[in-house]
Design a protein around this ligand. Sequence first.
Ligand SMILES: Nc1ncnc2c1ncn2[C@@H]1O[C@H](COP(=O)(O)OP(=O)(O)OP(=O)(O)O)[C@@H](O)[C@H]1O
Ligand SMILES: [Mg+2]
Length: 136
Amino acid sequence: MKEAQYVCLDDLENFAKKISKKIVHKNILLSGCMGSGKTTFVKSLSKFLGCTSVISSPTFSIVNEINFGKKIGFHMDLYRIKTINELLDIGFLDYIAKAEYCFIEWPEQVIDVFSNDYHLFEFKIVEETIRKIIFK
Ligand SMILES: Nc1ncnc2c1ncn2[C@@H]1O[C@H](COP(=O)(O)OP(=O)(O)OP(=O)(O)O)[C@@H](O)[C@H]1O
Ligand SMILES: [Mg+2]
């Protein structure tokens, strides 16, 4: 299954709401260049999946803990990670194991860690105010 949609900021909530009903895996990977809208989308989608935390950009912290009621989730930005070993050293697999949902920006290095149990969203900047979001 592959879907692509052109989404401006005004459409994003509706798009995230619609997509949230199709989420069956807890690992949600978001790839796309800087400023393509990954974090903004995580804010919307996570809300529809029951996230009760305020999402901020984790760029300076690699991993942010977020809450789904009493359950725990994570929002990661792997932009600064150079090797998968760095990630394993900070307990990446433990995070994945205990997460209700795990959102991962810049996931290219870790895709092989997952078998088929993830969703991948690709973000492309079409224009200043429009993104193409591909859902695989
Ligand atoms: N669907 C969208 N349509 C138009 N603009 C958007 C959309 N999504 C995000 N933006 C805008 O793009 C900018 C960058 O968004 P965001 O921080 O979510 O990108 P990012 O992919 O997470 O970047 P980074 O790789 O640096 O973490 C913000 O100003 C945001 O408002
Ligand atoms: Mg981001």
